[in-house]
Each structure stands twice: as structure tokens, then as C-alpha cells.
Design a protein around this ligand. Structure first.
Ligand code: ATP
Ligand code: MG
Length: 757
């Protein structure tokens, strides 16, 4: 008798609906279920089941995840479940998979073998330069808008030739920009993020051999977070599946949060139509959160009208109430978070079990400041990534130019960084020559340095420098090449000078950091040279072996830095709500739950609250045991202090789930005539008439002595602090200040000798 595989580990900890989905016969399936109901778990077990029980080769499986991190976690979890080697299985993000396909079939895709990836910032700069070359002014044709438009066209699979001329002037100009931008990408061998997907899609659609190959190969396509696929990704999946591949998609319409990037939640409905016989599976038991957290999430999302409708329940009990903290300002809010973090850390929580989520990246700065001061290690997930930093991109531009001289974007960046006496006029002339003779900037510079006037000699020297660098570093290890680039280009010297000149000032510190980052880049390069197995791409035998430089540059553009710090360290996790999708943490803080911030001003203006509400739903449902929400009454936004009202979403959370915490200072809190006078839930805001009267018409809160609530002040003995409140008037006026090091103090205003900052 044939040995049957032991299937028990594949089905352990699955409820019956989950088991049905995992073990179903190979037909199209859409698992439509709420947060924390085990969708990702079902997807992982399904893959393991296909391999272990249905004897499907890992080669026939294509699994699409939302981040690279999710992909490697998925791989690791499947490895625990099956004995078969799964190295050859394609698991990755849409971009990662598209990139892999284009590296394999670069010729058929019409790309040079050494094509490079243009990240969002590079793309923006290139569009800007393109507009300039077309004499389209920034004021009339904002480069951001044009970039967004081009990407939107690509996401709908529209090339310039597919766009019908509507005789409309604006559209014609956009089209002109799109066409010219495409031409410069082609000339430089550059591919932006949207282009990766579009090329891979066109390749699978138009090249019959490739199409047949992948349709034969991928019998099983599995997609996580399906609600956030865009039109192009969906079309690509359809093309790859053909009539023979089966689709297994999992998603939650209530967690669709990327419509601003082209995601189409309708794909969930379209799937039932486009993949005949799709069976829809619903999972209703939530295994992640406490009853209270789930009730809050359910109550909130019920306010949305546009839903496919789901019900979630749990049997783990209510757990603790959600804590809501009304902070004076963003510093007070951050202090609150730090205080609670410390309690949890003292209570044996790991740092990594604690997450702070926010609506906008800019909110992390104050949190970081307070966490550093509190000596709590943290990591920002998906902030400004290492490879997106200015100094790193400067150094990479040289590496890219060594790799491909016709990469105009890199030429533009490297040629005058650090300054080499090549002015704007010279560059304009050079661009003009390049355009007129349809060659790259490099070629133009080499041939025409003599026609560029006085600074032409500097251009000539730059060309010579790159050639020499190339000759001298040929055959050297990647880290050595990187080191030479940093040293000989003058980049290190440049940042050293800045660091030296601005000692003590912010600028000097920043330059110090940049020098460290440049050193870090050399170490990063080292990890790409000797041991090929350490390279991310190497786990896939189908992936052509890239030379270390290409592998490194690709990693820099595509796979790098979803996590900022090195792995392994136990850190509190900071990230935007968008980046938190799919993740879970025992303890979650959502900060800045204020109107204008969350929901964002833009969403309020556009009346598009449903997506913001879904984002809040995503945030709440990340929490397993404890959830903290906070808002600040005063917040500095772009340098201007603004008064915040608690988010309208807070009122949509069932009040019995929430416990409002008041600041521990005991000071009487002023309230705002223009906003909720009674806190988010109308419980004791401690308003005094005097305090209310001190509000000016502009809504600002002025205390005695010309101080403002939330203002930063300096005290001779206690140092720096933040004003938390005022009490009394005239001679007896007191002021309450939270000092950075000395804690909260109540001082007689007349004697305190405070200096405003
Ligand atoms: P999201 O919508 O946030 O992506 P999800 O539906 O993908 O959530 P999972 O992350 O797969 O949910 O599961 C949530 C948590 O519940 C995980 O910790 C998972 O291990 C656990 N879980 C799922 N199903 C079960 C089960 N049957 N028994 C025990 N734990 C389970
Ligand atoms: Mg999931």
C-alpha cells in the first residue's frame, strides 16, 4: 500500500470552514472574510496541502503576497508544514514576480539585459526633467500630477498609442509628456514600478510562447489581500491563469485601503464572473482579537454603506477596554505612549509585541524623539528606506553609471554631486545636444564636451573620471568598488565637510548620519558578493544568476528596506496604518485620531470617508489583546500649531468598548469653544469658564504671561518642558509644565522665570 502523507499538521488549528477551503478540490475559490479570520493562514495551509496531499509540484504554484516580508514568512511557514523542498516556488509581491519574469525574458520584453529599476523618487525627477525639456512649466503642469497621471495610465494598461486623442489641449500635453517620458526610459534602459507590471503583463498577453509556458506551469495561483489588486494586476492574473489555472484568492472588502493607488475592490465581484464556477467561502470566527476590540471594529465598519457584508465573532472573551487618551499636544501624546510601553515592557512583553500606528509618516518624528529619550528601542517599518536616502542614492548613481553609461537619470544625479562646477546652463546645453542627436547624455558629454563653453572642461573631466574609475575597479569585489566610488567621487569628503562645519547643529548631526550610512552601504554591498546563497534572488533556481552589481542595484530598488533596522533586534514597531495591513501585534497604539489627520483633511474635503474608515478598521483589527487610541488637542502640522478635535470615527466606536483616560496631571483642562467641549464621549473634560474665556477668536489658547498651552519652554533648573496647563490669574497664577527630565512641576508663574522657545 502506498504511504499516505501525514496530513494532521496541515489541518491542525483550522475550523471546519477553514478546513473546507484548505482541502477543496482544485476549483476557483474566493475566501471573503473579515480581519483576523485566518485568511492568510488558510492560504498557507492550502499551498502546503496542494504540495503534500495533491502532489502538486512547488513549481506549479504562484503565490502573491503584499510585501516581501510576507512572502518570506509564507515561505518559512510552508517549509514547516511540508517536507518537499519549495525553493523553486514563486512567492512574492506583484512587483517582485514581474521583475523576475522580465529578468528571465528581457529580450522578448524588449528590454536591455542590464535594465535598471527606477524608484518613485527617480521617476518623479525624470518626469520633471522631461517636462522641462518639453517646455512645459512646473506651474501649469505640476510634475507630481503628471507622474500620477502616467502611472494611472499604466495601471489601466494604457500606452500612449492606446489613448484616443480627444482633441483636448490638456490631454494632448499629458500625452506628449507620457510619450517623451517613455522614450527617455527606453533610451536609458530604465523601468519604473508601474512599468514592471505593465511589461510583464504585455509579455504574458502578447508572446504566445511565454503565455503557453506560464499557463502550463502555473496550475495554481494564490493571492493574498486580493481586495487591493489594481486593474493591471487583475488582468495579469487572468492572463496567467488562462482556462486551466485555478485561482485561490483571499481578501476583505472592508480592508481595501489603496484605491488612491489604483486598487479596485470590484475585482472581488468581477472574479466570480471572470473565473467561472468560483466558489465563495466565508469565514466568520476571528482568532486574533479580544471581544471588545472586535466589537469596536464591527461597530465602526457597520457605518460604511458600500460593503459586501460580513459578520465576525470570537469566543475568547471581552478582554480589557480600549483606552482612549486625550493628549494636550503631540509631545504629551508621545509621553503617554512611552509610559504605557514601559508598563508593558515591565510586564514581560517583548518590544516587538508593541506597535505604534499612525496616519502619516510625519507623525513619527515626535514619537521617535520621545522613544530615544526614554531609551526604548524602536524600528520604523517602511519609513524612508535606507536605499531611498539622498546620500545612498548619490552613491548608487555612480554605481549605476558604471554599470550602464546611458542611464541618464544617474548621469544627471552624479555629474554635479558633489559640485564640480557644471552649471545649469551647461547642463541645459548638454541635454539639448543629447536630444537633438538622439543620444544619451553620456554620449553627448563624451562627444561634445568641447562645445560646452568654459565648464565643458569639467564635463570632460567627469567623463574621464568615470572611465578611469571603471578601468581601475574592473574585477574588484563589489564592496571595494562601492568604497572607491564613495571615496573618489568626493561624496565622503563632501559630507565630512558639512559635518565639520555645522558641528552641534542639526545639519552637522545629519551629515554625521550620512557618513555612517555611506559606510553601511559598503557593508551592504559586501553581503552581495562572496556568498551567492545569501543573495535574496538566489533562492530561486529559475532566476538568472545576476552579477553582484545588478543584484545589488535591484535589491536597492525593489526588495530593500521594508524594515529599516537590521533584523533580529527586539524593537517596538512603528509604521503607518497602511503598512500594518495583514500584520498583528499583542499591543497596538493608534495615535493622532483627530479630524483632519484621521480622517485626513483631503478625505473630509472630498467626502470620501469610507476608505479612511476602513483604514481605521484595519488599524483596530491589528490588535490582539490591548488597544490604545489617542488624539492631541494641539498639534504642530507643517510648523503651525493647530487645534485638533477628536476624530469623528471615535464616536462611531461603541462607547462601552472604550475607557477614556485623563492626563495624570490633575490640572484643570481648558476646552475649546469650537470643538467638542466634553471629550470624545462627553465625560468630564474639566472645563473652567476662565480657561474657556482665554481662548481667542482664532481658537488659540493663551494663558497668563503670554504663554500658550502646549508651548515649549525653558527653565533655568529643570530644563526644557511643555506647558500642560494654567491655574488662576494675576499674582496667584500657576503654570504646570512637563519637563523633559524633571517630570511634571507646578510653578508660580511670577517666579518661574520661564523662557518661551
Ligand atoms: P487579515 O485580514 O488581518 O489579513 P487574516 O484573515 O489573514 O487577517 P490570519 O492572520 O490568517 O487572519 O489569522 C489571524 C490570527 O488567528 C493568526 O494569529 C492565526 O494564526 C490565528 N488563527 C487563524 N485561524 C485559527 C484557528 N482555526 N485556530 C487558532 N488560531 C487561528
Ligand atoms: Mg491576512
Amino acid at each position: 500500500m502506498q504511504d499516505l502523507p501525514d496530513i494532521s499538521p496541515l489541518l491542525v488549528a483550522l475550523n471546519s470552514a477553514q478546513k473546507d477551503a484548505v482541502t477543496a478540490p482544485p476549483e476557483h475559490r474566493l475566501v471573503l472574510a473579515g480581519a483576523g479570520s485566518g485568511k492568510t493562514r488558510v492560504l498557507v495551509h492550502r499551498i502546503a496541502w496542494l504540495i503534500a496531499v495533491e502532489n502538486v509540484s512547488p513549481l506549479s504554484i504562484l503565490a502573491v503576497t503584499f510585501t516581501n516580508k510576507a512572502a518570506s514568512e509564507m515561505r518559512a511557514r510552508i517549509e514547516q508544514l511540508v517536507t518537499a523542498p519549495i525553493r523553486s516556488m514563486w512567492v512574492g509581491t506583484f512587483h517582485g514576480i514581474a521583475h523576475r519574469m522580465l529578468r528571465l525574458h528581457w529580450k522578448q520584453a524588449g528590454l536591455p539585459q542590464n535594465f535598471q529599476i527606477l524608484d518613485a523618487d527617480d521617476q518623479f525627477r525624470l518626469v520633471k526633467r522631461t517636462l522641462k525639456a518639453l517646455d512645459m512649466s512646473d506651474e501649469q503642469w505640476p510634475p507630481r500630477a503628471v507622474t500620477g497621471w502616467i502611472n494611472a495610465q499604466k495601471e489601466e494598461a494604457r500606452r500612449p498609442r492606446d489613448l484616443v486623442d480627444l482633441g483636448d489641449y490638456t490631454q494632448r500635453q499629458y500625452l506628449r509628456a507620457y510619450t517623451a517620458y517613455e522614450a527617455s526610459c527606453a533610451q536609458s534602459g530604465l523601468v519604473d514600478f508601474a512599468e514592471l507590471l505593465l511589461r510583464a503583463y504585455e509579455l504574458s498577453r502578447d508572446d504566445e510562447q511565454i503565455q503557453a509556458h506560464y499557463r502550463r506551469r502555473f496550475g495554481h495561483i494564490l493571492v493574498d489581500e486580493f481586495q487591493d489588486t489594481n486593474t493591471l494586476q487583475y488582468a495579469w492574473l487572468r492572463t496567467l491563469a488562462g482556462d486551466s489555472g485555478t485561482m485561490f484568492a483571499v481578501g476583505d472588502d472592508d480592508q481595501s485601503i489603496y484605491s488612491w493607488r489604483g486598487a479596485r475592490v470590484e475585482n472581488m465581484v468581477r472574479m466570480e464572473h471572470d473565473f467561472p464556477g468560483t466558489e465563495v467561502v466565508r469565514l466568520e470566527q476571528n482568532y486574533r482579537s479580544t471581544g471588545t476590540i472586535l466589537k469596536a471594529a464591527n461597530g465602526l465598519i457597520a457605518r460604511n454603506t458600500n460593503r459586501l457584508g460580513k459578520n465576525l465573532w470570537t469566543d475568547v472573551g471581552d478582554g480589557e477596554a480600549i483606552q482612549l487618551y486625550a493628549a494636550f499636544n503631540e509631545y504629551d501624546e508621545a509621553e503617554f505612549v512611552a509610559g504605557r510601553l514601559r508598563e508593558h515592557l515591565d510586564g514581560r512583553c517583548r518590544h516587538a509585541d508593541l506597535a505604534i500606528l499612525y496616519r502619516s509618516n510625519a507623525q513619527s518624528r515626535v514619537l521617535e524623539e520621545i522613544l530615544i529619550r526614554a531609551r526604548i528601542p524602536y524600528r520604523i517599518y517602511g519609513g524612508l528606506r535606507f536605499f531611498e536616502r539622498q546620500e545612498i542614492k548619490d552613491a548608487l548613481a555612480y554605481l549605476r553609471l558604471l554599470h550602464n553609461r546611458h542611464d541618464d537619470s544617474s548621469f544627471e544625479r552624479a555629474v554635479n554631486t558633489p559640485a564640480r562646477g557644471i552649471g545649469a546652463t551647461t547642463m541645459d546645453r548638454l541635454r539639448h545636444i543629447a536630444r537633438a542627436s538622439e543620444v544619451s547624455l553620456w554620449t553627448a558629454a563624451r562627444n561634445a564636451a568641447g562645445q560646452l563653453g568654459r565648464s565643458g572642461a569639467n564635463v570632460g573631466r567627469f567623463v574621464q573620471f568615470i572611465e578611469d574609475l571603471h578601468a581601475q575597479t574592473a574585477g574588484q569585489a563589489l564592496s571595494a568598488v562601492t568604497e572607491q566610488v564613495i571615496a573618489r567621487s568626493g561624496l565622503r569628503e563632501h559630507f565630512r565637510k558639512v559635518a565639520g562645519s555645522g558641528a552641534g547643529s542639526g545639519r552637522g548631526d545629519q551629515a554625521e548620519g550620512r557618513l555612517e550610512n555611506l559606510d553601511e552601504l559598503v557593508s551592504a554591498a559586501r553581503s552581495f558578493e562572496s556568498d551567492a546563497s545569501a543573495r535574496p534572488a538566489a533562492e530561486d533556481p529559475d532566476m538568472p544568476v545576476l552579477d553582484p552589481l545588478t543584484a545589488f542595484l535591484t535589491h536597492a530598488a525593489l526588495e530593500a528596506g521594508e524594515e529599516q533596522a537590521g533584523p533580529g533586534e527586539d524593537c517596538v514597531q512603528l509604521m503607518t496604518l497602511h503598512a500594518a495591513k495583514g500584520l498583528e501585534f499583542p499591543v497596538v497604539f493608534i495615535v493622532g485620531v483627530e479630524n483632519g489627520l484621521f480622517p485626513s483633511m483631503r478625505a473630509v474635503d472630498e467626502g470620501n470617508l469610507e476608505e479612511e474608515r476602513r483604514l481605521f478598521y484595519v488599524g483596530i483589527t491589528r490588535a490582539r489583546r490591548r488597544l490604545y487610541l489617542s488624539y492631541a488637542e494641539l498639534r504642530r502640522v507643517h510648523g503651525v500649531e493647530q487645534i485638533g478635535a477628536p476624530s469623528l470615527f471615535l464616536k462611531e466606536v461603541p462607547p462601552e468598548c472604550v475607557m477614556e483616560t485623563r492626563p495624570r496631571t490633575g490640572v484643570l483642562r481648558p476646552a475649546f469653544g469650537t470643538r467638542e467641549p466634553q471629550g470624545a464621549y462627553g465625560r468630564g473634560s474639566g472645563l473652567t469658564p476662565g480657561a474657556a474665556a482665554r481662548r481667542t477668536a482664532a481658537g488659540r489658547d493663551h494663558g497668563p504671561g503670554g504663554f500658550r498651552l502646549g508651548q515649549r519652554v525653558q527653565h533655568a533648573k529643570f530644563g526644557e518642558g511643555t506647558i500642560l496647563g494654567f491655574d488662576g490669574d494675576g499674582d496667584r497664577a500657576q503654570i504646570e509644565v512637563r519637563f523633559r527630565d524633571a517630570g511634571v512641576k507646578r510653578l508660580m508663574l511670577g517666579f518661574a522665570n520661564l523662557r518661551g522657545m
